[in-house]
Design a protein around this ligand. Structure first.
Ligand code: PLP
Length: 222
């Protein structure tokens, strides 16, 4: 099992442009499998539940150069724990959460890297800013100086065809560019966190800098 994991990692890594960061989504994956992926060269892992991640991190504390990415919906009351356990938060999805993270990060003396989660198309199943909401909140986000705002994260709604998915990713890229051109002092838009197992090739085509892959590396979670 672990040799096929190594093969899958090698195949996918070599299919990606070298500049694209491969984040192995290890939710519901054992610490042992994470260790195998680490041995195959993976240094970025994504998790969507803090408690689950924390217990695996404790088992893997000897692997001290892992970068941990939080990719799940973050409730405000877990913001402090998220900062304690993750270097990146891809799923900052509203202004209040950003402000809370900013305040806590200041108190904890950390400056986490974050992505702002955007809904390019309406999606009742996802959280995130709509495009007009995000544009309206930029000025307030620019005050969150302890956060290192690095870019945008998006997940297309279910049920789209490839052309529609590509369109979502392309619009996300264009939105990041538009925001970058506004030259905010504390908002960087160099990263695009987009693409999962089913659509990462389209995301890369549209300029993704980070892809978040679970199933295609570790197999079905259920
Ligand atoms: C689970 C998850 C992924 C990985 O999904 P796969 O389809 O298994 O690759 C990526 N991003 C987010 C936000 C997720 O929750």
């Amino acid at each position: 099992m672990s040799s096929s994991l190594i093969e899958r990692i090698a195949t996918i890594r070599s299919s990606l442009p070298p500049s694209v960061r491969l984040i192995a989504v290890s939710k519901q994956v054992s610490a042992e499998a994470i260790r195998s992926a680490y041995a195959a060269g993976i240094r970025d892992f994504g998790e969507s539940r803090i408690q689950e991640a924390a217990s695996k991190q404790a088992e893997l504390h000897d692997l001290s150069d892992i970068t941990w990415h939080f990719i799940g919906h973050l409730q405000s009351n877990k913001a402090k724990k998220a900062l304690e356990h993750f270097h990146w938060i891809h799923s900052v999805d509203n202004l209040k959460l950003a402000q809370r993270l900013n305040q806590l990060a200041q108190q904890l003396g950390v400056s986490p890297q974050v992505c702002l989660q955007v809904k390019i198309l309406p999606d009742p199943n996802k959280s995130g800013w709509s495009v007009p909401e995000l544009l309206a909140d930029l000025s307030a986000l620019n005050q969150c100086k302890t956060l290192q705002i690095q870019g945008l994260m998006t997940i297309p709604p279910l049920g789209l065809d490839d052309a529609q998915i590509l369109n979502v990713f392309t619009r996300n890229r264009d939105l990041a560019k538009e925001i970058q051109e506004q030259s905010w002092s504390h908002i960087n838009m160099q990263h695009l966190s987009m693409g999962m197992s089913g659509d990462y090739q389209l995301a890369v085509q549209a300029g993704a800098t980070m892809v978040r892959l679970g199933t295609i590396l570790f197999g079905d979670r259920r």
